[in-house]
Design a protein around this ligand. Structure first.
Ligand code: FMN
Length: 377
């Protein structure tokens, strides 16, 4: 007889290993850009409050953070290439650790997803293929631009910037980093035949197009140790105008090249357990697989927050389940799942930028007595 999944029997609440870490449960807070850093990328105290509120997640993957100036995507996203960035992040990781949490940092270079009005620099990418959508800048929405093609020297210095950012992330108190190879940003642009038209060693064949991703992951692993490194991928996901024609070749080749490096994890966005590529990736990937379920996007957001889709992915071989919007709107998501309690509605109008509203003010199941535990004022 199959046991129905209840709060008590759900595998989501089982502990898990991740590299050298022991996680108390299998629920991962997915990385989410919230644009609440300073204009020059320094994490603010309110970000410490927000993440510490969510410290009961088995693992928090902190939002996309830029490893250099030209890689910045949007206004007020955090960075990690100066001492001030490290000091700002240290306050965040300190609060999360004090609250019992474990945290990785996502490293993201935007490639063609960026704008001179935000950075003062022309975005760089594998090839000069325009970003076809509008993009937000400090002065409002602007048409996307045609990026400048990266020279081989720039590719090498970008790889080095990822490695330096990873070292700084450890210095800032993170347990590890996630290399952002998903959702149409620089690494994904190298993987795709639509955005990578290079004729040199970093383009053309599948071997050429996966080279940059491999070099970044290897450099980051050399810098901080492979057991502290994860990679996020999004095969076939069309976020940020991304298009790919040969995911059945690109991703198995990428995973094959990285499988024996001792990395902490692979993280798949919009994972579908019925997709043959998902099953193949699970078979080929030897360590932890984090799956982010393919939920309706952007609406309707399922009432269960993705819990049942996550349990289906665990049954299909995923080790950990990452959820985005459910953690955004429910600081005590793990406890709510445990109790089978209803979830807060997601307020999308406060996703990107602003202050406490829609950020640190989502209510807990039971309002604590006395002063709020995360009140900084
Ligand atoms: C406000 C918001 C910001 C996001 N920012 C990032 C990001 O910085 N990096 C990333 O890889 N994915 C980002 N995502 C995608 C999430 O990590 C996740 O894949 C997506 O929300 C789907 O999961 P969900 O259905 O549980 O929300 C973001 C999603 C949201 C809602």
């Amino acid at each position: 007889m199959t046991m129905p999944s209840t709060a008590l029997t759900s595998r989501l609440f089982e502990p898990a290993r991740l590299g050298a870490l022991h996680l108390p449960n299998r629920l991962v807070m997915a990385p989410m850009t919230r644009n609440r850093a300073s204009a020059d990328g320094v994490p603010q105290l309110i970000m410490a409050t927000y993440y510490a509120q969510r410290a009961s997640a088995g693992l928090i993957i902190a939002e996309a953070t830029t490893p250099n100036a030209v890689g910045q995507t949007y206004p007020d996203i955090p960075a990690i290439y100066t001492d001030a960035h490290v000091a700002g992040w240290r306050r965040v990781t300190g609060e999360v650790r004090a609250a019992g949490g474990t945290m990785f940092l996502q490293l993201q270079h935007g490639g063609r997803i960026g704008h001179p009005d935000t950075t003062g620099l022309m975005p760089v990418a594998p090839s000069p293929v325009a970003f076809p959508d509008p993009i937000v800048t400090p002065a409002g929405s602007r048409p996307g631009v045609v990026p400048r093609e990266m020279t081989v020297a720039e590719i090498r210095s970008t790889v080095a910037d990822f490695a330096a950012a990873a070292r700084r992330a450890i210095d800032a108190g993170f347990e590890g980093v996630e290399v952002h190879g998903a959702n149409g940003y620089l690494i994904h642009q190298f993987l795709s035949d639509v955005t990578n038209h290079r004729a040199d060693a970093y383009g053309g064949s599948v071997t050429g197009r996966i080279r940059f991703a491999i070099e970044v992951v290897e450099a980051v692993a050399d810098a901080i140790g492979p057991a502290r490194v994860g990679l996020r991928i999004a095969p076939g996901v069309t976020a940020n105008a991304m298009r790919e024609h040969d995911i059945e070749h690109v991703y198995p080749a990428l995973i094959g090249a990285l499988a024996n490096k001792g990395l902490a994890y692979l993280h798949i966005v919009f994972a579908d357990p019925t997709q043959p590529l998902f099953r193949r990736i699970r078979r080929d990937w030897p360590s932890t697989l984090i799956a982010n379920p393919a939920l309706p996007w952007p609406t309707p957001f399922p009432a269960d927050g993705g819990r049942h889709a996550g349990e289906r992915l665990l049954a299909a071989g995923a080790d950990l389940i990452s959820l985005g919007r459910a953690f955004l709107a429910n600081p005590d998501l793990v406890e709510r799942f445990r109790r089978g309690a209803p979830l807060n509605p997601v307020r999308a109008e406060h996703w990107y930028g602003g202050g406490e509203l829609g950020y640190t003010d989502y209510p807990l199941l039971t309002a604590p007595a006395g002063p709020a535990p995360f009140d900084w004022r």
